[in-house]
Design a protein around this ligand. Structure first.
Ligand code: ZN
Length: 657
């Protein structure tokens, strides 16, 4: 492990707090040191308060911030004088501690200080860095971990036995530190947890962290416990779309809410899932307490979600001390699944959560395998893990958490997603918490959004194989399908029947009708598994109830599509799949309506562009956003009792009425 410190970069930061931001970000750049909010850093600064008194303030990482992206605003300023008094208390509950930390801040708008704040305060150094470095944990989480840490570091670190994060850990660390520190001490190793370094400058503290972690890495290399040898042969089976969707349905059933499943069949994940001893090595517990909440205590090996539920309930019954009752019992569904065929499958209430679990478990797999090579991975006993999982502070968070967006944990697929109504549907569904797969023939869709809950797939919906591949991608990314928005369509230029050639007719039918039959047919087994029932919304057209001349192919295709939806509603209602159709008219904020086309069409009717756009009974302009919001609402609770409906969204049209 190498220091990333650069004098040139550092020169941009003028203050101690600025340099604290800089080296925190350096730590954050390396996911083998800290991941997703793990780790924390601090700096002690003397400053004048509003009444002119000088006081020492501890700026410590606030909750909700990642070291990788932290800014000055991410540090909570807490009065040192009070922290040092707290550190001397014999007993302080973690809820009391959180209250004390918050009420001793000098800035009301700052984030809540880390639960490791008192620990940072009690270390007598200006800068303190703390990480959950993989290499250190690989060493501590073994049978002889303590001796090995002594062997690596000698007097350079103080070793602290495992204590759950919070006030008790701060107290134990302070005691151990004052009793055992020597002139050589530059850090502190917390068994089964992580490592601290400290120094008088940001650079010194940071570079000590890097040097300390590097020694653990070198030790692992010397013990031949660094390189994880690939398995003799990896079994790669075919895409397993339906199997993944079935697994998701089972997990959602046990969880009690829809979930996103993300499947990883990269070489490392498959190799771990196919290890002969996976059933043993994966069942020892989490690498560090930081991971417990996200990944749960143990992964599920295989697909028997019900057996996992039973085991989790038994674990709860055995480990829950009566003193912690009543507690909010967490759902008994796994967050990590290891399957020979599916590889590493991670579960979350949202795509973001599933991604975080995947990132964490990728590191866990490495830690476990290195510990194995060192002599055997050994995590904390179940009771210690339970204490973190059902920590009073975690329980308090659960009590506070508000209601989630309507489609949280659900997955939607939108066709024609790169522009107009389709693009607006993507936004309306994302806003409601769904993970969204956008299909479009325009490859720009792939770079549409860089966020964990969106996947853009280039797909010509006229191509059956392309549709099958897109569904494979969708299910691999998110685990299934709950909502299908059939929007892709083409609108050929005006042409009367006597001039309509067969090729044009067939092309329109192929995209506007046939493609939707294929999509419906292929999505049916997935929609049938949707935890809250499947939903389909087809974008029809005002031309269905009120056709116009010179648009025979378009009108006929949309009429046939509407009829297809009506029959599907008859056939699939018993599978709890709701199917509704929208008939928009004159939606002009789409790709085909350029300023030029609009101007010429308006002129054709003797209207201004404004009059032309609002040429309906309500005199309103119907936008893609209006259509998308209605389409999304039709998939929600408001329309829970509605199927086979056809709803105009046209500002009122006397021919339709
Ligand atoms: Zn920690």
């Amino acid at each position: 492990m190498k220091s990333l410190w650069s004098d040139r970069e550092a020169a941009e930061y003028k203050t101690d707090l600025g340099l604290r931001v800089y080296t925190s970000k350096l730590l954050g750049r390396d996911p083998s040191l800290v991941l997703h909010g793990g780790g924390n850093t601090s700096v002690k600064i003397r400053e004048k308060n509003i009444v002119g008194e000088e006081e020492e303030i501890l700026y410590v990482k606030g909750s909700g911030w990642d070291l990788e992206t932290i800014a000055e605003a991410g540090f909570a300023p807490v009065r040192m004088a009070h922290l040092l008094k707290l550190a001397k208390l014999q007993v302080l509950s973690d809820s009391q501690m959180v209250n004390e930390l918050k009420t001793q801040m000098t800035k009301a708008s700052a984030p809540a200080p880390s639960v490791e704040t008192i620990l940072h305060a009690s270390l007598p150094y200006k800068f303190v860095d703390h990480t959950h470095a993989d290499a250190v944990i690989s060493v501590t989480n073994t049978a002889n971990g303590w001796e090995r840490i002594q062997e690596i570091y000698g007097d350079d670190v103080v070793i602290v036995p495992y204590v759950m994060p919070g006030f008790d850990l701060a107290r134990v660390c302070a005691e151990k530190f004052s009793a055992e520190k020597s002139d050589r001490t530059i850090g502190m190793v917390l068994m089964n947890h992580g490592i601290f370094s400290f120094g008088e400058t940001a650079q010194e503290s940071y570079e000590r962290m890097i040097a300390l972690v590097d020694r653990a890495e070198v030790y692992l290399q010397q013990k031949n416990a660094w390189e994880i040898s690939p398995p003799a042969s990896l079994i790669r089976e075919r895409e397993a779309r339906l199997e993944i969707a079935k697994l998701r349905a089972d997990v959602a059933q046990v969880a009690g809410f829809p979930v996103v499943l993300s499947s990883h069949t990269d070489e490392k994940s498959l190799a771990f899932a196919q290890r002969e001893d996976v059933q043993i090595i994966s069942q020892q517990g989490c690498a560090t307490p930081d991971h417990v909440i996200r990944t749960k205590r143990l992964p599920l090996v295989g697909r028997d979600v019900n057996a996992y539920e039973e085991a989790y309930r038994a674990y709860f019954a055995e480990e829950a001390p009566k003193s912690v009752q009543p507690v909010i019992i967490l759902d008994p569904a796994p967050r990590v699944i290891l399957d020979r065929q599916l590889g590493l499958v991670t579960v979350g209430k949202s795509a973001k959560e599933a991604k975080i679990v995947a990132d964490i478990y990728e590191h866990t797999m490495e830690i476990i395998q290195r510990s194995q090579l060192l002599g055997g991975y050994q995590a904390l006993p179940a009771s210690d893990i339970f204490a973190v999982e059902y920590w009073e502070l975690e329980q308090a968070k659960l009590k506070k958490s508000g209601s989630a967006p309507a489609f949280t944990g659900e997955i939607a697929l939108v066709t024609g997603a790169a522009s107009g109504i389709g693009k607006a549907c993507v936004d309306s569904l994302l806003k409601r918490g769904a993970a969204v797969v956008g299909l479009d023939i325009n490859p720009a869709i792939e770079k549409f959004y860089d966020r964990p809950d969106f996947v853009g797939v280039t797909c010509d919906v006229g191509d059956e194989t392309a549709i099958a591949n897109s569904l494979d991608r969708a299910v691999k990314a998110f685990g299934g399908l709950d909502i299908l928005i059939l929007n892709a369509g083409i609108f050929p230029s005006g042409c009367r029947i006597e001039n309509l050639d067969t090729a044009t007719w067939q092309k329109v039918m192929h995209i506007n009708l046939d493609a939707n039959l294929v999509l419906m047919r292929e999505c049916y087994p997935l929609l049938k598994l949707a935890p809250n029932g499947g939903r389909v919304v087809a974008i029809g057209s005002k031309n269905v109830p009120a056709p116009g001349p010179a648009a025979a192919a378009y009108s006929a295709s949309k009429a046939a599509l509407t009829q297809l939806m009506r029959v599907a509603a008859l056939e699939w209602s018993s599978d709890r799949i709701r199917i509704n159709t929208l008939h928009p008219n004159a939606v002009f904020d789409t790709g085909i309506w350029t300023e030029d086309v609009l101007t010429s069409r308006a002129k054709h009717y003797g209207l201004t562009v404004e009059e032309y756009k609002t040429n309906n009974l309500l005199k309103v302009e119907v936008t893609s956003h209006h259509v998308a919001e209605l389409a999304a609402e039709m998939c929600g609770a408001l329309f829970a009792c509605t199927t086979a409906s056809q709803v105009p969204i046209d500002g009122g049209n006397d021919r339709v009425i």
